[in-house]
Design a protein around this ligand. Structure first.
Ligand code: CAO
Length: 465
């Protein structure tokens, strides 16, 4: 049942634009620019290709009042970039508050001149989202400029309905134009982005006819109640495949006395560093998550506490210190839980680790992991937080001697050193170690070291070899 409410509002600024129109006709460039600065919402740039005094109005497109008492939103996704052509009703961006997800659509035909924010930024109602150079036509001179934003407000429970309402917008204009140029009907393409959004890679893959699939991202989504049919009688299903491997390994793991240790890390600085580096990673076609930073900090800390990167010999007489940090990552796949490992993390850059995470994640989802990817792990990390949850009790993967589980990064109130309350990005981490050879104090120091590095990533830079 559709519970969602749809609001569509327009805000007209007729009087101001008429004044600007008058100024346009009577002033020289400099004066006009000065005037337009005073009228801060509307700017004019010169159209150099036209010998007549023709102007392309640049409209500042602001975040309008969404209602519900919402004062600020988080920008979750851009559907356009600077230089993109947009048409009316094209999606510009998606924002979310604690109450609603909102797709902002354009009311103008034109070219995006400036994005005022980055993904994850907090935008206040009234702040500019984008500047659009609207298509200049002679008629425009007599038309009222509009500062308009159109919104679809949907309760979280009704996210499915966003698809219905904004189906046309499940690809950016740039992607649509790429599809068109290559004679592809975008409506027939199954997108790999969130909610089936068609991404540039999808088009390029189709053009290339390549088998390679873009990264599919598991998203933290609210549980959806499903109507399950209850079988009339008990059913017997053989345990096989990956589940059988899990059964054997976990039965073995159950022989290990687990020492559990939990802590919370304040990742506020890391959140902002990742945000800054996401664009840099994009240049290398990498979608940067938090995990590569965490894996690198783990590796740096394993160098300090090598016993956590060891195993016990079969005769239980020796500890074997491993020369490589081959860190396994738990991958949730439709085929079952997988634990491929990233080899030699100690020698890899964060970017290289990120590349490996994506490769292993994709191969795991496609059931195409190479046996080499699945063997030789010396330590493990399970990022359950990418699905949800705060704490876990991870089970050691023998013959390894330790494992960590990462909880979901949550924005929570915390006191800073000055005693002021502030917003912090907190991630809980749960460690398990083989208590036969690892003391609790070692685990604690190891965890403290990772915390020290991740809470101020400049320290990572300082100590990286
Ligand atoms: N808290 C909050 N957000 C997180 C997060 C966390 N701990 N970890 C990842 N995210 C975010 C990412 O940043 C990304 O968001 P953006 O699109 O805004 O960048 C989104 O969640 C999806 O990330 P991801 O899952 O694609 O990437 P990843 O590198 O963090 O993780 C992988 C890769 C393979 C570890 C993960 O997808 C996965 O399968 N996790 C489940 C592991 C599991 O099942 N553990 C249980 C084992 S015991 O049964």
């Amino acid at each position: 049942m559709i519970k969602s409410r749809i609001f569509a509002r327009r805000f007209f600024h007729t009087a101001r634009c008429k004044k600007v129109d008058f100024l346009r006709k009577s002033c020289n460039v400099r004066t006009l620019q000065q005037c337009s600065q005073i009228k801060s919402k509307i700017l004019f740039v010169r159209h150099f290709h036209n010998s007549r005094n023709s102007w392309m109005p640049v409209v500042s497109f602001n975040l309008s009042d969404i209602g519900e008492g919402i004062k600020e939103v988080e920008l979750t996704e851009w559907f356009v970039q600077e230089g993109d052509e947009v048409a009316q009703f094209d999606s510009i961006c998606e924002v979310k508050s604690d109450k609603a997800s909102v797709t902002i659509t354009s009311r103008f035909d034109g070219v995006i001149k400036k994005l005022h924010h980055e993904v994850d930024d907090i935008v206040l109602v009234g702040q500019a989202l984008v500047d659009i150079e609207t298509s200049g036509s002679s008629d425009d001179d007599n038309q009222d400029e509009e500062e308009v934003s159109e919104k679809v407000i949907v309760d979280r429970d009704d996210e499915e309905n966003i698809n219905l309402i904004t189906k046309k917008a499940l690809a950016s204009p740039a992607v649509r134009s790429l599809a068109k140029k290559n004679s592809l009907d975008i409506s027939t393409i199954q997108g790999s982005g969130p909610d089936g959004r068609v991404l540039k890679e999808d088009i390029l893959n189709l053009i290339k006819g390549s088998d390679s699939k873009p990264v599919r991202k598991p998203t933290i989504s609210p549980p959806v109640p499903v109507s399950a049919t209850i079988p009339a009688e008990d059913k017997i299903e053989p345990i096989k495949g990956i589940r059988k491997v899990m059964l054997v390994n976990m039965t073995e793991a159950n022989k290990i006395p687990h020492f559990g240790y939990n802590d919370e890390y304040d990742l506020s600085n890391l959140v902002s560093v990742r945000k800054d580096l996401k664009h840099e990673a994009k240049k290398h076609d990498i979608k940067l998550s938090y995990l590569p930073f965490i894996l690198k900090a783990v590796s740096m800390s394993l160098s300090q506490y090598p016993i956590l990167n060891s195993s016990i010999s079969d005769d239980m007489e020796n500890i074997i210190y491993k020369s490589s940090h081959n860190i396994g990552i738990a991958v949730d796949s439709p085929h079952g839980l997988l634990l491929p490992c990233i080899k030699d993390v100690q020698n890899k850059s964060i970017l290289e680790v990120a590349h490996e995470v994506i490769r292993l994640q994709n191969a795991g989802l496609d059931n195409k992991l190479h046996p080499n990817d699945l063997s030789g792990g010396t330590f493990s990390i399970s990022n359950i937080g990418s699905i949800g949850g705060t704490y876990a009790h991870p089970v050691i993967f023998p013959p390894q001697v330790a494992i960590g589980a990462l909880g979901k990064i949550q924005v929570l109130p915390r006191y800073d050193r000055e005693g002021d309350l502030r917003k912090a990005h907190i991630m809980c981490v749960s460690w398990s170690a083989d208590h036969r050879i690892i003391e609790g104090a070692t685990m604690s120091r190891f965890s403290n070291n990772i915390k020290y590095l991740l809470e101020d990533p400049s320290r990572m830079v300082f100590y990286l070899k």
